[in-house]
Design a protein around this ligand. Sequence first.
Ligand SMILES: C[S@@+](CC[C@H](N)C(=O)[O-])C[C@H]1O[C@@H](n2cnc3c(N)ncnc32)[C@H](O)[C@@H]1O
Length: 316
Amino acid sequence: MSGQDEGAAVGAGVAGPGPGSGTGPARPGPAGSDARPGSAEAVGAAGPGSGVGRVTIVGAGPGAADLLTFRAARAIAEADVVIWAASLVQAEVLQHAREGAEIMDSAAMSLEDVVAVYRRARDEGLRVARIHSGDPSLWGGTQEQVDRCAELGIEVEIVPGVSSFSAVAALAGRELTIPEVAQSVILTRLGGGKTPMPPGEEVREFARHGTTMAVFLSAARSGQLAGELLEGGYPTDTPVVVAYQVTWPEELLLRCTVGTLEETVKAHKLWKHTLFLVGPALGAAGTRSHLYHPGHFHGFRRADPSARRTLRASRG
Ligand SMILES: C[S@@+](CC[C@H](N)C(=O)[O-])C[C@H]1O[C@@H](n2cnc3c(N)ncnc32)[C@H](O)[C@@H]1O
Protein backbone atom coordinates (compact mmCIF):
# COMPACT_ATOMS: atom_id res chain seq x y z
CA MET A 1 0.00 0.00 0.00
CA SER A 2 1.37 3.39 -0.82
CA GLY A 3 -0.21 5.97 1.41
CA GLN A 4 1.64 8.59 -0.58
CA ASP A 5 -0.02 7.76 -3.89
CA GLU A 6 -3.44 7.22 -2.40
CA GLY A 7 -3.15 10.39 -0.38
CA ALA A 8 -2.33 12.54 -3.37
CA ALA A 9 -5.37 11.19 -5.18
CA VAL A 10 -7.67 12.31 -2.42
CA GLY A 11 -9.75 15.44 -2.78
CA ALA A 12 -12.04 14.33 -5.58
CA GLY A 13 -12.28 16.84 -8.34
CA VAL A 14 -9.09 18.63 -7.37
CA ALA A 15 -6.80 18.70 -10.33
CA GLY A 16 -3.72 19.70 -8.37
CA PRO A 17 -0.31 18.20 -9.05
CA GLY A 18 0.53 14.74 -7.81
CA PRO A 19 3.65 13.89 -5.87
CA GLY A 20 6.85 14.79 -7.63
CA SER A 21 5.13 17.00 -10.16
CA GLY A 22 7.58 19.78 -9.43
CA THR A 23 6.77 23.38 -10.10
CA GLY A 24 4.13 24.96 -12.24
CA PRO A 25 1.07 27.12 -12.06
CA ALA A 26 -1.07 24.05 -11.51
CA ARG A 27 -3.55 25.52 -9.05
CA PRO A 28 -7.01 24.09 -9.82
CA GLY A 29 -10.01 26.30 -10.40
CA PRO A 30 -11.48 28.45 -7.62
CA ALA A 31 -12.61 26.69 -4.50
CA GLY A 32 -16.27 26.88 -5.44
CA SER A 33 -18.60 29.79 -5.77
CA ASP A 34 -19.31 30.20 -2.06
CA ALA A 35 -16.51 32.29 -0.60
CA ARG A 36 -15.53 30.59 2.65
CA PRO A 37 -13.63 32.43 5.35
CA GLY A 38 -9.95 32.21 4.54
CA SER A 39 -10.49 31.27 0.91
CA ALA A 40 -8.93 33.25 -1.93
CA GLU A 41 -12.33 34.67 -2.75
CA ALA A 42 -12.88 35.82 0.81
CA VAL A 43 -9.56 37.62 1.14
CA GLY A 44 -9.48 39.05 -2.37
CA ALA A 45 -5.99 37.79 -3.17
CA ALA A 46 -3.75 40.22 -4.97
CA GLY A 47 -1.50 39.30 -7.87
CA PRO A 48 2.10 38.14 -7.50
CA GLY A 49 4.80 40.57 -6.57
CA SER A 50 2.26 42.99 -5.11
CA GLY A 51 3.84 43.36 -1.72
CA VAL A 52 6.76 42.69 0.56
CA GLY A 53 8.17 39.17 0.41
CA ARG A 54 7.00 36.92 3.21
CA VAL A 55 7.23 33.25 4.12
CA THR A 56 4.41 31.65 6.11
CA ILE A 57 5.11 28.20 7.51
CA VAL A 58 1.68 26.64 7.68
CA GLY A 59 0.73 23.74 9.94
CA ALA A 60 -1.88 21.91 7.90
CA GLY A 61 -2.90 19.19 10.35
CA PRO A 62 -2.67 15.43 9.96
CA GLY A 63 -3.95 15.28 6.40
CA ALA A 64 -7.64 16.05 6.02
CA ALA A 65 -8.17 19.47 4.49
CA ASP A 66 -11.03 20.31 6.86
CA LEU A 67 -8.56 20.30 9.74
CA LEU A 68 -6.84 23.39 8.38
CA THR A 69 -7.34 26.41 10.59
CA PHE A 70 -8.91 29.56 9.10
CA ARG A 71 -5.54 31.23 9.50
CA ALA A 72 -3.82 28.44 7.56
CA ALA A 73 -6.40 28.64 4.76
CA ARG A 74 -5.93 32.39 4.61
CA ALA A 75 -2.13 32.10 4.35
CA ILE A 76 -2.52 29.65 1.46
CA ALA A 77 -5.08 31.92 -0.21
CA GLU A 78 -2.74 34.91 -0.01
CA ALA A 79 0.30 33.06 -1.36
CA ASP A 80 1.91 33.58 -4.74
CA VAL A 81 3.85 30.35 -4.25
CA VAL A 82 2.58 27.32 -2.32
CA ILE A 83 5.11 24.65 -1.32
CA TRP A 84 3.36 21.58 0.02
CA ALA A 85 4.20 18.05 1.08
CA ALA A 86 2.03 15.99 -1.25
CA SER A 87 2.62 12.77 0.67
CA LEU A 88 1.63 14.27 4.02
CA VAL A 89 -1.27 16.61 3.31
CA GLN A 90 -4.29 15.98 1.12
CA ALA A 91 -4.46 17.74 -2.24
CA GLU A 92 -7.74 19.37 -1.23
CA VAL A 93 -5.78 21.95 0.80
CA LEU A 94 -4.79 23.45 -2.54
CA GLN A 95 -8.39 24.50 -3.11
CA HIS A 96 -7.53 27.52 -0.99
CA ALA A 97 -4.74 28.62 -3.31
CA ARG A 98 -5.60 31.41 -5.68
CA GLU A 99 -5.89 31.02 -9.43
CA GLY A 100 -2.43 31.15 -10.96
CA ALA A 101 -0.51 30.52 -7.76
CA GLU A 102 2.69 28.57 -8.31
CA ILE A 103 2.39 25.12 -6.70
CA MET A 104 5.53 23.18 -5.76
CA ASP A 105 5.83 19.71 -4.20
CA SER A 106 8.43 19.76 -1.45
CA ALA A 107 9.06 16.01 -1.90
CA ALA A 108 11.31 16.86 -4.82
CA MET A 109 13.08 19.75 -3.09
CA SER A 110 16.15 20.03 -0.87
CA LEU A 111 16.45 22.78 1.75
CA GLU A 112 18.63 24.65 -0.75
CA ASP A 113 15.84 24.47 -3.36
CA VAL A 114 13.35 25.82 -0.83
CA VAL A 115 15.73 28.60 0.22
CA ALA A 116 16.14 29.56 -3.45
CA VAL A 117 12.36 30.08 -3.59
CA TYR A 118 12.50 32.19 -0.42
CA ARG A 119 15.31 34.28 -1.93
CA ARG A 120 13.21 34.86 -5.04
CA ALA A 121 10.27 35.77 -2.82
CA ARG A 122 12.40 38.36 -1.05
CA ASP A 123 13.71 39.83 -4.33
CA GLU A 124 10.34 39.84 -6.13
CA GLY A 125 8.08 40.66 -3.21
CA LEU A 126 6.26 37.31 -3.30
CA ARG A 127 4.34 35.61 -0.53
CA VAL A 128 5.15 31.96 0.04
CA ALA A 129 3.02 29.47 1.99
CA ARG A 130 5.13 26.49 3.02
CA ILE A 131 2.70 23.78 4.07
CA HIS A 132 3.75 21.23 6.68
CA SER A 133 1.87 18.31 8.15
CA GLY A 134 0.54 18.50 11.69
CA ASP A 135 2.02 21.29 13.75
CA PRO A 136 5.24 22.91 12.53
CA SER A 137 6.74 22.85 16.03
CA LEU A 138 7.25 19.07 15.82
CA TRP A 139 9.65 17.32 13.42
CA GLY A 140 8.93 19.72 10.61
CA GLY A 141 12.36 21.02 9.62
CA THR A 142 10.89 24.34 10.70
CA GLN A 143 13.80 25.84 12.58
CA GLU A 144 16.28 25.52 9.72
CA GLN A 145 13.83 27.42 7.52
CA VAL A 146 13.24 30.13 10.10
CA ASP A 147 17.01 30.52 10.47
CA ARG A 148 17.53 30.75 6.69
CA CYS A 149 14.75 33.33 6.44
CA ALA A 150 16.51 35.40 9.09
CA GLU A 151 19.75 35.18 7.09
CA LEU A 152 17.93 36.21 3.93
CA GLY A 153 16.18 39.04 5.71
CA ILE A 154 12.70 37.90 4.71
CA GLU A 155 9.80 38.06 7.12
CA VAL A 156 8.61 34.69 8.39
CA GLU A 157 5.49 33.69 10.27
CA ILE A 158 4.41 30.32 11.67
CA VAL A 159 0.79 29.19 11.68
CA PRO A 160 0.16 26.39 14.18
CA GLY A 161 -1.69 23.26 13.11
CA VAL A 162 -3.44 20.23 14.58
CA SER A 163 -0.71 17.75 15.44
CA SER A 164 -1.20 14.10 14.56
CA PHE A 165 -1.03 13.12 18.23
CA SER A 166 -4.14 15.23 18.93
CA ALA A 167 -5.89 13.77 15.90
CA VAL A 168 -5.10 10.23 17.04
CA ALA A 169 -6.36 10.92 20.58
CA ALA A 170 -9.57 12.35 19.12
CA LEU A 171 -10.09 9.36 16.87
CA ALA A 172 -9.49 7.01 19.78
CA GLY A 173 -11.95 9.03 21.85
CA ARG A 174 -9.43 9.48 24.64
CA GLU A 175 -8.09 12.26 26.79
CA LEU A 176 -4.35 11.86 27.31
CA THR A 177 -4.33 13.34 30.80
CA ILE A 178 -6.56 11.62 33.34
CA PRO A 179 -6.66 12.91 36.94
CA GLU A 180 -4.59 10.73 39.26
CA VAL A 181 -3.47 8.49 36.37
CA ALA A 182 -1.40 10.63 34.00
CA GLN A 183 -0.81 14.36 34.11
CA SER A 184 2.01 14.61 31.57
CA VAL A 185 2.37 13.74 27.90
CA ILE A 186 5.77 12.92 26.44
CA LEU A 187 6.12 13.55 22.71
CA THR A 188 9.07 11.61 21.38
CA ARG A 189 10.47 9.24 18.78
CA LEU A 190 12.65 6.20 18.80
CA GLY A 191 16.39 6.71 18.55
CA GLY A 192 18.54 5.01 15.96
CA GLY A 193 18.38 5.26 12.21
CA LYS A 194 19.43 8.60 10.77
CA THR A 195 18.54 10.65 13.82
CA PRO A 196 20.48 9.92 17.03
CA MET A 197 18.73 10.82 20.28
CA PRO A 198 20.37 13.27 22.68
CA PRO A 199 21.56 11.52 25.88
CA GLY A 200 18.73 10.77 28.30
CA GLU A 201 16.03 11.02 25.61
CA GLU A 202 15.80 7.32 24.76
CA VAL A 203 12.29 5.86 24.89
CA ARG A 204 13.42 3.52 27.68
CA GLU A 205 14.34 6.57 29.79
CA PHE A 206 11.02 8.32 29.22
CA ALA A 207 9.17 5.06 29.85
CA ARG A 208 10.33 5.17 33.47
CA HIS A 209 7.79 7.94 34.10
CA GLY A 210 4.92 5.57 33.28
CA THR A 211 2.81 8.43 31.97
CA THR A 212 1.24 8.97 28.52
CA MET A 213 3.67 8.86 25.63
CA ALA A 214 3.08 9.76 21.98
CA VAL A 215 5.73 8.12 19.82
CA PHE A 216 6.25 9.49 16.32
CA LEU A 217 8.39 8.22 13.44
CA SER A 218 9.02 4.78 14.92
CA ALA A 219 6.81 2.17 13.23
CA ALA A 220 9.67 0.72 11.18
CA ARG A 221 11.35 -0.48 14.39
CA SER A 222 8.39 -1.78 16.37
CA GLY A 223 10.46 -4.52 18.04
CA GLN A 224 12.92 -1.97 19.39
CA LEU A 225 10.04 0.27 20.47
CA ALA A 226 8.26 -2.49 22.40
CA GLY A 227 11.58 -3.56 23.95
CA GLU A 228 12.42 -0.06 25.18
CA LEU A 229 8.90 0.51 26.55
CA LEU A 230 9.14 -2.72 28.54
CA GLU A 231 12.72 -2.05 29.68
CA GLY A 232 11.60 1.33 30.97
CA GLY A 233 8.98 -0.31 33.13
CA TYR A 234 5.58 -0.19 31.40
CA PRO A 235 3.77 -3.42 32.30
CA THR A 236 3.10 -5.68 29.27
CA ASP A 237 -0.65 -5.03 29.53
CA THR A 238 -0.26 -1.24 29.25
CA PRO A 239 -2.75 -0.02 26.61
CA VAL A 240 -1.40 1.17 23.26
CA VAL A 241 -3.17 2.87 20.36
CA VAL A 242 -1.52 2.36 16.97
CA ALA A 243 -2.77 4.83 14.37
CA TYR A 244 -1.95 4.89 10.68
CA GLN A 245 -2.78 7.81 8.36
CA VAL A 246 -5.43 9.31 10.60
CA THR A 247 -7.95 11.51 8.80
CA TRP A 248 -7.03 9.92 5.44
CA PRO A 249 -9.39 7.49 3.69
CA GLU A 250 -7.03 4.61 4.52
CA GLU A 251 -6.92 5.55 8.22
CA LEU A 252 -6.45 2.66 10.63
CA LEU A 253 -6.80 2.64 14.41
CA LEU A 254 -5.67 -0.43 16.33
CA ARG A 255 -5.75 -1.08 20.06
CA CYS A 256 -3.23 -3.42 21.60
CA THR A 257 -0.85 -3.53 24.55
CA VAL A 258 2.86 -2.97 24.94
CA GLY A 259 3.16 -6.78 24.93
CA THR A 260 1.39 -7.14 21.58
CA LEU A 261 2.61 -3.93 19.93
CA GLU A 262 5.23 -5.53 17.68
CA GLU A 263 2.97 -8.28 16.33
CA THR A 264 0.16 -5.76 15.76
CA VAL A 265 2.38 -3.44 13.72
CA LYS A 266 3.88 -6.31 11.71
CA ALA A 267 0.50 -7.95 11.06
CA HIS A 268 -0.67 -4.74 9.40
CA LYS A 269 2.67 -4.05 7.67
CA LEU A 270 2.90 -0.55 9.11
CA TRP A 271 6.22 1.23 8.78
CA LYS A 272 5.42 4.89 8.16
CA HIS A 273 2.74 7.54 8.82
CA THR A 274 2.04 5.73 12.09
CA LEU A 275 1.79 7.14 15.60
CA PHE A 276 1.68 5.31 18.92
CA LEU A 277 -0.08 6.46 22.06
CA VAL A 278 1.08 4.51 25.08
CA GLY A 279 0.17 4.58 28.76
CA PRO A 280 -2.35 3.73 31.44
CA ALA A 281 -4.46 6.82 30.63
CA LEU A 282 -5.52 5.12 27.39
CA GLY A 283 -7.39 2.48 29.32
CA ALA A 284 -8.35 4.25 32.54
CA ALA A 285 -11.83 5.43 33.35
CA GLY A 286 -11.80 9.13 34.07
CA THR A 287 -11.91 10.04 37.73
CA ARG A 288 -13.84 13.29 37.76
CA SER A 289 -11.85 16.50 37.50
CA HIS A 290 -11.98 18.99 40.34
CA LEU A 291 -12.41 21.88 37.92
CA TYR A 292 -16.01 20.95 37.04
CA HIS A 293 -16.96 19.68 40.51
CA PRO A 294 -19.83 21.76 42.00
CA GLY A 295 -17.71 22.13 45.15
CA HIS A 296 -14.88 23.83 43.27
CA PHE A 297 -15.01 27.59 42.86
CA HIS A 298 -13.14 29.92 40.55
CA GLY A 299 -13.40 33.43 39.20
CA PHE A 300 -16.55 32.65 37.20
CA ARG A 301 -18.42 30.21 39.45
CA ARG A 302 -19.33 29.97 43.14
CA ALA A 303 -18.91 26.63 44.94
CA ASP A 304 -21.95 24.84 46.30
CA PRO A 305 -21.20 24.68 50.10
CA SER A 306 -22.31 21.08 50.65
CA ALA A 307 -20.49 19.88 47.51
CA ARG A 308 -17.43 21.76 48.74
CA ARG A 309 -17.50 19.78 52.00
CA THR A 310 -17.72 16.54 49.99
CA LEU A 311 -14.83 17.63 47.78
CA ARG A 312 -12.68 18.52 50.80
CA ALA A 313 -13.43 15.16 52.40
CA SER A 314 -12.46 13.33 49.20
CA ARG A 315 -9.11 15.13 49.21
CA GLY A 316 -8.47 13.79 52.72
C1 LIG B 1 7.88 14.21 10.27
S1 LIG B 1 6.75 13.83 11.56
C2 LIG B 1 5.70 15.21 11.45
C3 LIG B 1 4.85 15.41 12.68
C4 LIG B 1 3.89 16.57 12.51
N1 LIG B 1 4.59 17.82 12.55
C5 LIG B 1 2.77 16.56 13.57
O1 LIG B 1 2.66 17.52 14.35
O2 LIG B 1 1.99 15.62 13.58
C6 LIG B 1 5.85 12.54 10.79
C7 LIG B 1 5.29 11.58 11.83
O3 LIG B 1 4.13 12.14 12.40
C8 LIG B 1 3.15 11.14 12.61
N2 LIG B 1 2.01 11.43 11.73
C9 LIG B 1 1.87 12.51 10.94
N3 LIG B 1 0.67 12.49 10.33
C10 LIG B 1 0.06 11.36 10.75
C11 LIG B 1 -1.20 10.78 10.49
N4 LIG B 1 -2.07 11.36 9.66
N5 LIG B 1 -1.52 9.60 11.10
C12 LIG B 1 -0.65 9.02 11.94
N6 LIG B 1 0.56 9.53 12.23
C13 LIG B 1 0.91 10.68 11.65
C14 LIG B 1 3.81 9.81 12.28
O4 LIG B 1 4.44 9.33 13.44
C15 LIG B 1 4.85 10.25 11.26
O5 LIG B 1 5.91 9.30 11.22
